[in-house]
Design a protein around this ligand. Structure first.
Ligand code: AMP
Ligand code: GLY
Length: 416
């Protein structure tokens, strides 16, 4: 079989590793891929947003399956285009990907179908938005409606910060069209977790829960990033909350998407929070999360391509999970998520019995890996206990300590 993965991050490297477990896969292509992926698959220099070129490539090469990693091509309708060309593709249509692409859409859906989430109101008019903020007071959360590469959420601790966010989004158009509508919602306090499910229409097969660490620095300090590390499953999450998330959040939402004429296929990602009033939704994404995928998929016993085929055929994939925990910490370029240097040579990265390496922002030049992005790579480990897995990754990561061009969080997996 020939398989194409779309994307270039750590999530896509993990997908490639997992898909290659299937002996039927003879040729693996990734567009555009990264330096680490190129060791295991053929990287094709087509941008993830160039839908026409991707369709043409998949058609010419007679691809058996295409698996889409990131949200942008989904929002641009890559699944619709592949289906129209009679090509097998795994991911939601443009209409279904709206659950991530428009926060106003997903909040309205949750309200209509009584899925627990923060109370909210949407605004396009800044005077009305500001009046609402003054009425509600801080803390309060302001979100750009559209995709903003993880930067469109402001958790305002003061009224002033909230009003500034409104000026940025509705007056200064900082996020362009994505910020022309804002969702203003109630601040929720609690511990967060991510729960992905394979979904086809009304069928929902949840994966293990995971926890992402989004802030740049230890102790959840500093700016929000794309994710600095993760672990799975989540020791402080009890079974009752997990069941609620499946039965009262994921399943009703899958049903709601069918009822709305936007049946969902692919991986549905629920960002959840355990509040004093129970589990509530922070956000939905229309794809696997990054870096959670790098710790969830290593625990999946099943053949991923077979799971995708089962889901596509309407069969139960009968997911099975390894015991124990997986954890991963991201090595990032110093300065990320703001300005950072690229092209820095990585230290020697030998194979290790205890750890696995997932590349994100790397390129290979003259037999050496160099950095090419903010999140460079992830070091992961699996063990019976989270503590031991954590000790293993941090031992391996010591090789980055002498190089000021990189940093990583030292507290991934300190869940208490
Ligand atoms: P998002 O980009 O939607 O994942 O939001 C980024 C982060 O903002 C989330 O992971 C939460 O930590 C935080 N956040 C979003 N919405 C809320 C909310 N209503 N209350 C508290 N924190 C929130
Ligand atoms: N880990 C956050 C995300 O994938 O959106």
């Amino acid at each position: 079989m020939k398989v194409l993965v779309i994307g270039s991050g750590g999530r896509e490297h993990m997908l490639v590793k997992k898909l290659l477990e299937d002996e039927r896969v003879e040729e693996m292509f990734v567009a555009p891929g990264n330096g680490g992926i190129a060791e295991e698959a053929q990287c094709i220099p087509i941008k993830e947003t160039d839908i026409d070129a991707l369709v043409n490539f998949a058609r010419q090469e007679q691809m058996d399956w295409t698996i889409v990693g990131p949200e942008l091509p989904l929002m641009l309708g890559i699944v619709n285009a592949f289906r129209a060309a009679n090509l097998n593709v795994f991911g939601p249509t443009q209409e279904a990907a709206m659950i991530e692409g428009s926060k106003d859409f997903s909040k309205a859906l949750m309200k209509k179908y009584q899925v627990p989430t923060a109370n909210y109101q949407s605004f396009t008019n800044s005077d009305q938005a500001k009046a609402y903020i003054r009425q509600k007071g801080a803390p309060i959360v302001i979100k750009a409606d559209g995709l903003a590469a993880g930067k469109g959420v402001v958790v305002a601790l003061t009224e002033e910060q909230a009003l500034t966010a409104i000026d940025d989004m509705l007056e200064a158009n900082r996020f362009g069209q994505a910020g022309a509508c804002v969702v203003i919602e109630e601040f929720l306090a609690g511990k967060e977790f991510s729960l992905f499910a394979f979904v086809n229409g009304e069928s929902v097969y949840p994966m293990l829960p995971a926890r992402d660490h989004k802030r740049a620095f230890d102790g959840d300090q500093g700016p929000n990033t794309g994710g600095m590390g993760a672990y799975s499953p989540v020791p402080d999450l009890d079974q009752e909350h997990l069941s609620f998330a499946v039965e009262s959040i994921l399943k009703p939402v899958a049903n709601a998407m069918v009822a709305e004429g936007r049946p969902y296929t692919g991986v549905l990602y629920a960002g959840l929070i355990v509040t004093a009033d129970g589990v509530k939704v922070i956000e939905f994404n229309a794809r696997f999360g990054d870096p959670e995928t790098q710790v969830v998929l290593p625990l999946l016993k099943n053949n991923l391509l077979q799971v995708i085929e089962d889901i596509d055929n309407g069969n139960d994939p009968k997911l099975e999970w390894r015991a124990g925990y997986a954890i991963g910490a991201v090595v990032a370029s110093s300065g990320y998520p703001h300005q950072y240097r690229k092209g820095v040579t990585l230290p020697d990265l030998p194979d290790d019995d205890q750890c696995y390496l997932i590349h994100a922002g790397t390129v290979k030049e003259a037999e050496q890996f160099k950095s090419s992005g903010g999140r460079v790579l992830l070091v992961g480990a699996i063990n019976q206990t989270l503590k031991r897995a954590q000790a293993n990754i941090y031992h391996y990561l010591e090789r980055f300590d002498q190089n000021k061009a990189f940093f990583y969080r030292k507290d991934i997996g300190d869940f208490e």
